[in-house]
Design a protein around this ligand. Structure first.
Ligand SMILES: Nc1ncnc2c1ncn2[C@@H]1O[C@H](COP(=O)(O)OP(=O)(O)OP(=O)(O)O)[C@@H](O)[C@H]1O
Length: 516
């Protein structure tokens, strides 16, 4: 009976991801268990690719095998393994079964099996239940048998991928099991919004045009730049990173274009710059809006001529680089304000690509939260770290002005706070919404909207009750937090952004209680 359902899942003409999803669902129903998860091996970790019965955020987690003894046991065996209900080994999904969202319970019954494709370990299949006695020896025999069908489904998916790649005239990988070379993206997320951007990014990657990545702070522009390079025809050559905001004007020219011996005091030897290092590859100009005007002029000349001259040398050197730039500023506005050269802007923005903010990526918020929860769990030596239902809701409703970087900090802060309350690291630790500290309206627009909501609710009178001093301090606190988020916690840069001296900012932050 199960065999028939599984075979039906296997032959149905649906995308590979849906086929695998159907298979795990069918297995869950058959074994009457809480969760079935299919995990793919990626380097030293296992990542869920299909699951049924776990909370959503689990899909974003990467389980490092060495840190999860049950997964390590499964990987080490070619046969199905049953873990006794009394097993003291922690289960990677403790507290993550969706069946009991409000009541974090350790998993009781667990079994699984490693999966092999063309002689190589591809990943594992795990089955978990909260009710002891759900699985027995007979279940492992069945699992062993049905795992062959799961392996067949994976193989079908890979073959489909290869056929698609062949049709597109792409080069194939040799063994055929690692699929397209760039499958294992570092970019976490499954939303339609992200999917659309990645599709566009992969298409423009092949075109070898200059690309300008636009987006709010913390949306992951650097990750997208790396993905672009990996998908480009230059992927075999280096991608060189330049943070334009961290480039002092006095050093920028020699950093970018190199220098000859004796070009300036301290230039004790001849050295090529970042442009030459990126020859035949990609040069990523991060925070390009921060480039001083004098350097903008020199950069433009190199882009026009396709050659660089090392500082102190008059010998031109041909360079073939693809420029990918990124900014969280409104570059067009900067051009209007004459802070950015219009001609350089047009050269860089041949293909502008907006990267969507986190608040527009739906459930990706939870997937990313899962990823950061697992990182913190491992870093802090906890058995299990999860979100309460209300905490999940709060994360989904928040505006995320600092985007993924802010989410990462929120989860890390909450995990540390939880530890400081003296929790037992061997139990299941749950982050409640009250620990999340999501009170920072950051963008001016967000602040305006909040104020509008506030007045629309008839609360303006209570606003007037604030003393002038309280109102000033409130605004100061918000501006400082906003600048710190935008500058990734760097006080010097936040001070620059706020137009105040760095030591004054430290003093003010101390007085306002932002900094202890
Ligand atoms: N989709 C994603 N999956 C996993 N991690 C992500 C994702 N997007 C961003 N991150 C992580 O969030 C952090 C911020 O990303 P990144 O530095 O690329 O942002 P940015 O857009 O360049 O920000 P800024 O404009 O402030 O420089 C990094 O640690 C990055 O690895």
């Amino acid at each position: 009976m199960l065999q028939q359902s599984l075979m039906a899942d296997l032959v149905t003409d649906v995308p590979a991801a849906v086929r695998l999803q159907n298979l795990v669902k069918t297995l869950r129903q058959h074994f009457h268990c809480g969760a079935v998860v299919l995990l793919k091996k990626e380097d030293e970790a296992l990542q869920p690719v299909a699951m049924h019965g776990l909370v959503n955020e689990a899909l974003g987690r990467r389980f490092v095998v060495a840190q999860h003894p049950r997964l390590a046991t499964l990987m080490a065996s070619r046969n199905a393994v049953l873990f006794e209900p009394g097993s003291s080994l922690p289960d990677p999904y403790d507290g993550l079964l969706a069946e009991q969202p409000g009541n974090a319970m350790p998993v009781h019954d667990c079994m699984g099996i490693s999966l092999y494709i063309e002689g190589q370990c591809w990943g594992v299949l795990t089955l978990d239940a909260l009710t002891p006695g759900t699985f027995n020896d007979q279940s492992t025999v069945e699992l062993q048998r049905y795992s062959l069908i799961v392996e067949a489904a994976i193989r079908v998916g890979l073959l489909e991928q290869q056929v698609r790649a062949l049709r597109q005239g792409q080069q194939q990988t040799s063994a055929g099991i690692s699929s397209a070379p760039n499958q294992d993206s570092e970019i976490i997320g499954k939303s339609q919004t992200l999917h659309r951007v990645l599709k566009e990014l992969h298409a423009v990657a092949k075109a070898d045009l200059p690309v300008l990545l636009l987006g709010e702070t913390g949306v992951g522009k650097e990750l997208f730049a790396r993905e672009l390079h990996r998908y480009s025809i230059r992927s075999g050559k280096p991608m060189i990173y330049v943070n334009c905001a961290a480039l002092p004007e006095s050093l920028a020219e020699s950093e970018l274009f190199g220098h000859s011996k004796g070009a300036f005091s301290g230039a004790t030897s001849e050295r090529g710059g970042r442009f030459e290092a990126a020859h035949q590859g990609t040069l990523f100009l991060d925070e390009v809006g921060e480039l001083p005007l004098s350097i903008q002029a020199k950069l433009l000349r190199v882009l026009q001529n396709g050659e660089v001259q090392r500082l102190g040398s008059d010998k031109p050197r041909k360079v073939d680089v693809r420029i990918v730039a990124a900014t969280n500023r409104d570059l067009q506005q900067q051009v209007r304000d004459e802070h950015f050269r219009a001609d350089l802007y047009h050269r860089l923005s041949v293909y502008p690509l907006p990267i969507p903010p986190l608040r527009d990526r739906g459930d990706d918020i939870l997937l990313l939260a899962g990823h950061f929860l697992e990182l913190n769990r491992s870093r802090l030596g906890l058995r299990a770290l999860r979100l309460s239902g209300n905490a999940e809701l709060a994360l989904k409703q928040y505006r995320w002005p600092g985007n993924i970087r802010e989410l990462e900090h929120v989860i890390s802060r909450a995990a540390i706070k939880l530890i400081s309350t003296g929790i037992d690291p061997n139990s299941i630790s749950t982050i409640e919404d009250s620990t999340l500290d999501l009170t920072m309206p950051v963008s001016a627009q967000a602040q305006r909207e909040e104020l509008n909501d506030f007045t629309a609710n008839g609360a303006a009178d209570s606003l007037q009750l604030l003393s002038l001093r309280d109102a000033v301090e409130h605004t100061q606190r918000q501006s400082i937090r906003q600048a710190l988020i935008a500058e990734n916690g760097k006080w010097n840069r936040a001070a620059k952004r706020l137009g105040v001296d760095s030591s004054n900012l430290h003093k003010l932050a101390n007085r306002l209680g932002i900094k202890q």
